[in-house]
Design a protein around this ligand. Structure first.
Ligand SMILES: *Cc1c(COP(=O)(O)O)cnc(C)c1O
Length: 424
C-alpha cells in the first residue's frame, strides 16, 4: 500500500528536517512529548480556511456550523469570528456556545425532541431562530409564549423523502425518519398552516437535512428542487438546505469541495426559482480533515496465520466511529509519514471489548514497534465530540497549532475529573 495520501492530512502538514510529521509548524513528536498521547491536533489555519471557503460559496451568516461535529470554546469562537452561525441541538451545546462568547443571535436551535427547558432557554436568550421538528414542539412554543416567553422566529424542518447514499444511521431525509414534518403525507403543509396562524411564532423559513457524509453533490440538488417546489408558493424569506457534505476518510475517496457544493446547491435553487436566502449547515466538512490523533503504540501481538494486533493508548473512547458505523481510517507513523505501507495489522484500543477497534485492517509500514507514535488523520469530526469516559479513561486534550505555536484549548481530563459528579 502506498504512503498515506497527503490530501487526507491537514493543509499545513509537512515532512520536517528530521523526516517526521509536522503540522502547523510543530513537530508531531514534540507535541506528543509536551501534551502526552492520545491528543487531538487541529491545524487552525485549515479550520479557518474551510470556514472561509464556505462563506465564499454561500455568504456571511448563511453558513451554519453544526457544532455537534466538534465543539469547544476555541472552536465556537473561531467559527463565529469567521462569520458562521452556530447550529446547536441541545441546551448543553447552546450553553457552551454562549459561554464561549458567541451571541445568541448567531445561534440556531435544532433537535427532534427539544425539552420545554431547552426551548425556554433559547427563547429567553434570543437565538436567531428555532428549527421546529414536530407538532409537540409547536405546542411547547405556544405554551411558553402564553407564559411570557418572547415570540419565536422559526423554520420548520421538512423531511423531503430523499434517500441520501450514506450510512443508515446518519441518513435523515427519507420518509421513515424521526426527524421533521413529512412532505409526502401532508404534515409539512399542516405545520406551515399552523405556524402561520400562531401568534406565538413568526414563520421565517423551511429547513431540510438529508443526511451526513453525503458524497453525491447531486443528492443536494435533488433535495433543493423538492424543497423549492414546496417553498416557492409560500414566499418565505429563508430556506436551509442542510445535509452534511461528505469528506474523504481513506485512500481513494473523493468528496466535493465546499465551493463545488455551493455551485450545485445554489445552482439548483436558482433554476427552481428560489428567491429565499439559502442557508447550509456543514459540520464534518469544516473540521474533519483539520485534525489528526496522535497515539502511542503500547502492545503488539502476532497471532500466526490470523493477524497482528497493535494496541494504542486510546480507542473507542476517543473515536467511536469505527464501532458505531464501521467507518474506515488510515494510519501511519509520525516518524515516517512518507513510508510505503506493505504491512497489515488491526489497530485496537485499550478498552475491555473485542469491538474496541480503530482500524480493522490497517496498511502500515514495516517495523512498527512499541513506543512508536501512530497517527490517524481525519479525526477532527465526531471524535472528541462523541468521546466518552468508558473504562474511566480521561478524555484527551485538544491542541490548536499554527505558525509554529501550539495552543492547548481543551486540557486532558484528570482522574479527579472522573469523580467530579460523584456526591454519594
Ligand atoms: C449533523 C447535522 C449537520 C451536519 O452534518 P455533517 O455531516 O457533520 O456536515 C447539519 N445539520 C443538521 C440538522 C445535523 O443534524
Amino acid at each position: 500500500m502506498a504512503p498515506v495520501s497527503w490530501s487526507l492530512l491537514p493543509d499545513s502538514a509537512r515532512i520536517d528536517a528530521g523526516g517526521g510529521l509536522e503540522i502547523g509548524g510543530c513537530s508531531a513528536a514534540a507535541l506528543a512529548a509536551e501534551f502526552g498521547t492520545p491528543v487531538f491536533v487541529y491545524d487552525e489555519g485549515h479550520l479557518r480556511r474551510r470556514c472561509q471557503e464556505a462563506v465564499a460559496a454561500f455568504g456571511r451568516e448563511r453558513v451554519v456550523y453544526a457544532t455537534k461535529a466538534f465543539l469547544c470554546a476555541a472552536m465556537a469562537r473561531l467559527a463565529h469570528e469567521e462569520g458562521l452561525l452556530l447550529d446547536v441541538a441541545t441546551g448543553g451545546e447552546l450553553f457552551v456556545a454562549l459561554r464561549s462568547g458567541v451571541p445568541a443571535t448567531s445561534c440556531v436551535l435544532h433537535g427532534n425532541n427539544k425539552s420545554l427547558d431547552e426551548l425556554k432557554m433559547a427563547l429567553h436568550e434570543g437565538v436567531r431562530h428555532i428549527n421546529v421538528d414536530s407538532f409537540d414542539e409547536l405546542d411547547r412554543i405556544e405554551y411558553l409564549y402564553s407564559q411570557g416567553a418572547p415570540r419565536a422566529r422559526v423554520q420548520l424542518r421538512i423531511t423531503p423523502g430523499v434517500h441520501a447514499h450514506t450510512h443508515e444511521y446518519i441518513a435523515t431525509g427519507q420518509d421513515d425518519s424521526k426527524f421533521g414534518f413529512n412532505l409526502a403525507n401532508g404534515d409539512a403543509q399542516r405545520a406551515v398552516d399552523r405556524a402561520r396562524r400562531s401568534g406565538a411564532m413568526e414563520l421565517v423559513g423551511l429547513h431540510c437535512h438529508i443526511g451526513s457524509n453525503v458524497f453525491a453533490a447531486e443528492s443536494f440538488g435533488h433535495a433543493a428542487r423538492l424543497m423549492a417546489a414546496f417553498a416557492a408558493p409560500l414566499g418565505l424569506p429563508e430556506l436551509t438546505l442542510g445535509g452534511g457534505l461528505g469528506v474523504a476518510y481513506v485512500q481513494g475517496e473523493e468528496a466535493p469541495s465546499l465551493g463545488r457544493w455551493g455551485e450545485v446547491v445554489l445552482g439548483a435553487c436558482r433554476e427552481a426559482g428560489v428567491e429565499a436566502a439559502v442557508f447550509v449547515e456543514p459540520g464534518r466538512s469544516i473540521v474533519a480533515s483539520a485534525a489528526v490523533t496522535l497515539y502511542t503504540v503500547g502492545t503488539i501481538k502476532d497471532i500466526p496465520g490470523i493477524r497482528r494486533y497493535i494496541a494504542v493508548d486510546g480507542g473507542m473512547s476517543d473515536n467511536p466511529r469505527p464501532v458505531l458505523y464501521g467507518s474506515g481510517y488510515e494510519a501511519f507513523l509520525a516518524r515516517a509519514p512518507g513510508a510505503e505501507r506493505p504491512a497489515r495489522a488491526r489497530i485496537v484500543g485499550k478498552h475491555c471489548e473485542s469491538g474496541d477497534v480503530l482500524i480493522f485492517d490497517a496498511a502500515l509500514p514495516e517495523g512498527v514497534k512499541v513506543g512508536d507514535l501512530l497517527v490517524t488523520p481525519v479525526t477532527g469530526a465526531y471524535g472528541h465530540s462523541m468521546g466518552s469516559n468508558y473504562n474511566k479513561v480521561p478524555r484527551p486534550p485538544v491542541v490548536f497549532v499554527r505558525g509554529g505555536q501550539a495552543r492547548l484549548v481543551v486540557r486532558r481530563e484528570t482522574y479527579e475529573d472522573l469523580m467530579r459528579c460523584d456526591v454519594g
